[in-house]
Write a protein that binds this ligand. Sequence first.
Ligand code: FAD
Ligand code: SIN
Length: 514
Amino acid sequence: MKQYDYIIIGSGIAGLYDALLLQEAGSVLILTKGSIDECNTKHAQGGIAAAISSLDSAELHFNDTIAAGAGLCDPEAVRLLTEEAADRIDDLVKFGVPFDTVNGEIALTKEAAHSVPRILHAGGDATGERIEVTLSNAARASKRITIFEYFLVTEVLVRDGKVQGVAALDLHSGSAEEFGCRFLILATGGIGRLFKITTNPDIATGDGVALAYRAGAEIIDMEFFQFHPTALRLPGVPLFLISEAVRGEGGILRNIKGDRFMLKYSSQGDLAPRDIVARGIVAEMKETGTDRVYLDVTHLPPRLLSTRFPQIYRFCLEHGLDITISLIPVVPAAHYIMGGVRTNYWGETNVSGLFASGEVASTGVHGANRLASNSLLEVLVFGKRIVERTRKGEANTTTLAKSDVYPLKERDTAAVSHPHLSLTALQSLLWDKVGIVRSGEGLREAANILAAWEKELKPPTDRPSHELANMVLVGRLMVEAALIREESRGAHFRSDFPQPSDAWLKHIVFKKTV
Ligand code: FAD
Ligand code: SIN
């Protein structure tokens, strides 16, 4: 088995940024299941939050993040996030990420629930693409970083409680291989493909959460999944995000009758936190008996729209919609998982040698609802901390704080009637029963069906079957957590428990029983 100091699974911003910093410390192997740029990162639009203007401060950013997190952020993690933000932005600038500027200064925009403009962007609304291209070019150019594309990691190898390496499937030859390492960093991204309607690309199947759970890692906050309020809905056109920054620049939500409605749901109106806007849209669609609302930017200067949002402007135009004169039909869509593999402030999990970085990790900064554009920032701040910790040659010297740990519930599924398991059946089930508005009855139904599907799974052999098995497990972790949490908080809303409860100011953690 070939040995490396570091193996990193994934080639989005988390995998690439960590690899670029770690190349000085030892040999680095990146394994990624598609081409290097197949990832959520490439699709990021709005930008990265950081308090870098004279009107802003780490304290203001801290307060906004804590407020959006609805009582469940870890204040120390948020302090690190907001105080280390400016230095991490400098790292990206040094790597060559071309942030947009005005009069020689980095340009900043506003997004929902930020009290001041603090979002850096690149290429207008092409922030993620600019980051991915810059970092992947640098990683490809490095002689110290080995990159294997089309390698699907299928297992984390653990012996005596310590990570030894990974098993992977070479997707070109179909052969199984093993690679050894001292430190393993999961940078596998999100889980949005569990849902029928999502902004996430095909790779977002929750593999990292499933791999970590099977390896004995703690999985936390899986009930907190964020739905983005505004994805373009045009018949026959692939779902496409319409950035929150569009509302930040003055875009207005209107219902099918043309009426503004968000002030009915929040005094922050169109720029309320995402969970409130997404639920406001659902309520409005129900009230008006339609399947969409509209985002209106027709009052904004056409030149602003085409230069500030070139991707959105072009995509809509290519599909027959001129947003300078027509309303944009939008719906909420599955977007981002706040929970994931539980880490401490150094990116360490409870399994020795196993780290988690990026969307797969749950560092405690997002609580029950992520503030827009804090995700790319979290990757940098905690990625850097992983690098610092492992460069000292140590792993897992700090234990995770104590919390309630639950086993994943066994369910008697003998009498459960259910459709045949397929990707579309799973995505429909999660969207319908574990979506923006949940109920105990729907969650129990989904929990039983997922448990029945899990029992029927055959040993996976190829990428689709591995991904489906991972999605069933991740779906189970999400639905069981959502059932246990009998309250509504942040992105988790239950119609049978519509209010938050102080008794639930705590986290739900799952860990495999051995
Ligand atoms: P990713 O970029 O998703 O990379 C994951 C990598 O892991 C991929 O290379 C994938 O192929 C690989 N992988 C997964 N499983 C395996 C496996 N089993 N074996 C091998 N490889 C594997 N956040 C912001 O802060 N600001 C924004 O403006 C913003 N806009 C967004 C817009 C969209 C449309 C989307 C979808 C998300 C947006 N987000 C935004 C969220 C943010 O982009 C992501 O959270 C972030 O990019 C995640 O980076 P990552 O490196 O953790 O994961
Ligand atoms: C967006 O541009 O609206 C996405 C921002 C994010 O998810 O943080």
